[in-house]
Write a protein that binds this ligand. Sequence first.
Ligand SMILES: Nc1nc2c(ncn2[C@@H]2O[C@H](COP(=O)(O)OP(=O)(O)OP(=O)(O)O)[C@@H](O)[C@H]2O)c(=O)[nH]1
Ligand SMILES: [Mg+2]
Length: 369
Amino acid sequence: MAMGNDPKEKYILVGIAERDEEEAYSSLDELADLLDTAGGEALFQFIQKRQHPDPATYIGKGKADELRELIDMHDADGIVCDDELSPSQIRNLTQILDTKVIDRTILILDIFAAHAMTREGKLQVEMAQLKYRLSHLQGLGVSLSRQGGGIGTRGPGETKLETDRRRVKSRIASLNKEIRHLGQMRENTRKRRINGTTPIAAIIGYTNAGKSTLLNRLTEAEVYADDKLFATLDPTTRKCRFPDGTQFLLTDTVGFINKLPHNLIDAFRSTLEEAGFADILIHVVDASDPERDMHIRIVYDTLRELGIEGKPIVTVFNKTDKLPADHDEKLYDERANIGVLTSVKNGTGLDQLFKALADLKESMNLYEN
Ligand SMILES: Nc1nc2c(ncn2[C@@H]2O[C@H](COP(=O)(O)OP(=O)(O)OP(=O)(O)O)[C@@H](O)[C@H]2O)c(=O)[nH]1
Ligand SMILES: [Mg+2]
């Protein structure tokens, strides 16, 4: 991580409960995971109940004064807000709190920057960061000029941005061109694959559900899987042969998350759309997560946003080994053709998954072979 051996930066997590307070707290739990993945440490959660974020200061002015005292008392390095802030919100909060102010989007962009491995992935992240900074220069100038490095400062340097907007814009244009070119090359590879006879299944789902672990289990792929959010950024495709001889090409994809920044969806559209070329979607869900129903909803919302709809779906309720013994809720995804329960870690339920995929393939009449 960019912070090397420095002590971890400590942040207060700040959110707004527009309706349900519990929902706001669990969103902040996820924000804490994001912060942890980015190499920072969450001190505690600070939530204000209000109808809408304050357009000037996100939380109300009075609450901000209260927060300022807490920042001093706990010697925090900054705050992380659970929503994307506007340039003026960043500027005003930075002035009132006299500390570093970052938001969920900056955090996610930062993690993506640290995890991108391929040239295409790196270009896509740079593009998303430049777009975010271009639209936030006014606020970030104040916030970022007061700190040396750390979270939110990975990627393109700040002075470059401030000195010449035009250069940023032309950089974005040239990134666009190169990303398109790489996308074209990927499309050619894909066409060669489609000309083959093996059906393609894309493994999709919320971040940290176990998608890469599943791919690794079913194939020899050694995709990086870790208890981190957004461990995977680049699509990997591997061939897989089930015990009955049925073959599939399996593609691992980047995970989805609540409030995934729009700049990222745009920048990653071409790799995210990899799932759009699959014959079948394998939707992996962390069944042991108390928020699993919300995760399922967000996955389908994101798919819709990407224009990926109407594909046959096998939903894999994974991590059943972590379910409490007295668990009796029904695991159900109304949009899936079939649901199976697995513990990819322990290797249980994989036979049912094979059968589900083979049956679907059969019923779809996919590629006689
Ligand atoms: N207990 C348990 N843990 C699992 C299981 N499957 C995966 N995990 C763990 O869950 C964590 C996330 O797994 P990944 O395969 O990286 O998840 P992913 O969906 O690819 O995540 P991203 O690439 O970050 O979107 C890892 O620590 C895995 O070891 C399971 O069946 N049971
Ligand atoms: Mg992964």
